[in-house]
Write a protein that binds this ligand. Structure first.
Ligand code: NAG
Ligand code: NAG
Ligand code: NAG
Ligand code: NAG
Ligand code: NAG
Length: 613
């Protein structure tokens, strides 16, 4: 190799002795943060592996044998990126400054080179072989994210340590973030990738490649399970050549091999592909079959559905028709439906309207015209205007649809937005339906659960229902973020809501330990986290997934980031658990392309024998 040009030296802040030039691996070091952060250097030699719009990536000419130290790095500088005489495969010598960059304090830092000046191009046309993940590198760990999560990425309390403060030595064989950090800056290839998500609104899709994974469900997604948040998945970002990846990718789609550079941006480790992602095949059938659980029309086979219908407003007739079609064609018009996210009669118009009779009658009319037989009635309680969270003006609430030829409210006496229904001897409800403790601070800016007592139309076979929509996880931190364990947004609110909901159910069971109770809805929480675990132990309710023997990996109702996850649940009282209930998740939305979703949640259907004789 021959030096073809030279720049002036920096001597005052020179970190490395003149005798030994720094390597990229030494700049990255064995920890998350560079030991050389802030230092200026000269004479760094590297092969250009890729060029992007605002910088280039280089790799040491001689690879390091330490798998903790990435021998590749991002060199930030648009002049360099746009300099047509610097090409992939060039061996360049440069000076610059080691910099740890993040745009937001909740993110991890990316180690990069700032203020680069190329002093020489030693060679052109050197072949740059991408490192094949799992072949030329370690394989991604499949369960834990970092040594700072105390063994449980979903554990509480959250936010006990910051990676940027502890700066642990990387353990890439054990921890997912350590693994991806050990590859930061590398040109890599993902062999035989498939999508474990749909593209987000930026067109970015999570994938896994030809490496071991845990949590694989039947749709080739990866399901979140206890202490396993699937760090083996990686998100594929914007192509470096300015092309666009398809926005129609679906869960389980297989893709052509992806080659790109590993980076950290927007709160996650990414692979930025050299060019757009290409789908090679999609799974069939494209949507699941309808539920197999049909109503007997009587107490021996009562069907109960649950569906978060995502900001349902009657003005959106296409959405109304699509929700109705799901209820009729996929849920087979269950006898009783727990619904969440019904907006008031004028949707998000913020004018004090709170009633939702027009919203619900639009839905029941659409169902009736598609079904031809089932003509639902409904019941709900309007919230205080603006008090229950959700889209401003929308006043989302939970509601029940019921088939009045099968079930009816027992001694109906509807409560209002501010009165708490109480458990009376019997057990009976003081208001039916009624809201649970609406003045409790646990429900600030959130939906109050709607409790109801039901009977079959012959006046027998009493059972209770609790329809919930707990606070959402908004405001949390990324699974790849600085805070460990990550901040589970609004955890404290859901914990309080779990306790209030559970204590109400416990009062019914204290009156009658053999009461039939179903609590269902959008709990906005995984089954493996404290609010749900505490809800179960305080209420004595049982997880219907467990009771009905649903495979742990098929328990999902939502796709978020890399995980197929379960936010929507049905829980049953011990006596009802003993009647051999059946349960099915209907993945009619998680399997669909982004634009074909009717809601962001999957519905589910159960079948119960509630006969008392
Ligand atoms: C940088 O490289 C030049 C040319 O090879 C050499 O003269 C100089 O000593 C080197 N400086 C350092 C700090 O390595
Ligand atoms: C591009 O890089 C070459 C090689 O370092 C340099 O000689 C040239 O001045 C650069 N061009 C621009 C426009 O910066
Ligand atoms: C992948 O799984 C197989 C089968 O369990 C195991 O033999 C192999 O060691 C695993 N590979 C890695 C890299 O963990
Ligand atoms: C609908 O249900 C409510 C509450 O049970 C009842 O008052 C009303 O009469 C029912 N309407 C019809 C049309 O069945
Ligand atoms: C709710 O009902 C209670 C008891 O009947 C009554 O005192 C209260 O004014 C009502 N609140 C609203 C908002 O209607």
């Amino acid at each position: 190799m021959k030096v073809t040009s030279l720049c002036g030296w920096l001597t005052s802040s020179l970190l490395v002795g003149a005798a030994s030039a720094l390597t990229v691996a030494e700049i990255n070091g064995k920890n998350f943060l560079s030991p050389y952060n802030g230092a200026t250097f000269t004479n760094l030699t590297g092969i250009v592996t890729a060029k992007g719009p605002s910088g280039i990536w280089i790799r040491d000419v001689t690879p390091t044998s330490d798998e903790r130290m990435s021998d590749a790095i991002y060199v930030f500088g648009s002049a360099l990126a746009q300099n047509a005489s610097i090409l992939t495969g060039d061996v360049i010598v440069l000076s610059g400054k080691v910099s740890e960059y993040r745009s937001t304090s909740s993110y991890l830092y990316l180690t990069e080179i700032a203020s680069p000046v190329v002093s020489a191009i030693l060679e052109h046309g050197v072949e740059v072989a991408p490192r094949v993940i799992g072949v030329d590198t370690l394989s991604p760990p499949t369960e834990q994210y970092t040594s700072l999560d105390a063994g449980d990425v979903f554990g509480v309390p959250n936010n006990q340590n910051l990676i940027s403060v502890i700066n642990p030595v990387l353990e890439p064989t054990k921890y997912g973030l350590d693994f991806w950090e050990s590859l930061v800056g590398q040109l890599v290839t993902v062999k035989s990738p498939h999508a474990v998500s749909r593209p987000n609104s930026y067109g970015e899709t999570w994938v896994v490649g030809a490496w071991n994974t845990t949590g694989d469900n039947n749709r080739d997604g990866v399901t979140l399970t206890s202490k396993d948040g699937n760090p083996e998945a990686i998100i594929i970002g914007d192509p470096l050549d300015g092309t666009n990846s398809p926005t129609t990718i679906k869960l389980g789609d297989t893709l052509e091999d992806i080659t790109g550079v590993v980076t950290y941006t927007f709160g996650f480790y990414y692979i930025l592909p050299l060019t757009k992602v290409t789908v090679t095949s999609s799974l069939t059938p494209s949507l699941p079959p309808p539920t197999t659980l049909t109503s007997a029309g009587s107490c021996s086979g009562l069907t109960v559905g649950d569906y978060n219908v995502e900001n349902f407003a009657p003005s959106n007739t296409a959405h109304t028709q699509a929700v109705a079609a799901h209820i009729v064609n996929y849920l087979l018009s269950p006898d009783l439906l727990f619904i969440q996210e019904i907006q008031d009669n004028n949707g998000e118009t913020n004018d004090g309207t709170v009633a939702s009779d027009l919203s619900l009658s639009a839905l029941t009319a659409a169902i009736a015209s598609l079904d031809g037989e089932v003509n639902y009635n409904y019941t709900y309680i309007s919230p205080v205007d603006g008090a229950d969270g959700g889209a401003p003006g929308g006043n989302i609430r939970v509601a029940y649809l019921f088939n009045p030829s099968v079930v009816q409210l027992r001694n109906p006496k509807p409560g209002n937005s501010t009165t708490a229904t109480e458990v009376l001897p019997g057990p009976e409800l003081s208001y039916n339906p009624g809201r649970i403790d609406p003045a409790n601070a646990a429900w600030t800016a959130s939906r109050k659960p709607l409790v109801a007592a039901w009977e079959t139309v012959d006046g027998n076979n009493i059972f209770f229902t609790v329809n919930v929509h707990w606070s959402s996880k908004g405001g949390g931190s990324s699974m790849h973020g600085d805070a460990r364990p990550p901040v589970n947004g609004a955890l404290a609110a859901r914990q309080a809501q779990a306790e209030v909901t559970a204590s109400f159910i416990a009062q019914i069971l204290a009156e009658d330990p053999s009461a039939y109770i179903i609590s269902a809805g959008d709990f906005n929480e995984y089954p493996v986290t404290k609010p749900i675990l505490d809800f179960l132990s305080l209420s004595k309710m049982q997880d219907l997934d467990e009771v009905a023997g649903i495979d742990v990996l098929e328990r999902y109702s939502y796709l978020y980031d890399m995980n197929s996850q379960e936010l929507d649940h049905m829980f049953v009282s011990p006596a009802l658990a003993n009647t051999e209930p059946e349960f099915e998740h209907v993945h009619v939305n998680t399997w669909a392309a982004y634009n074909d979703q009717v809601s962001d949640h999957d519905p589910s259907v159960a079948r119960f024998n509630v006969c008392r004789q």
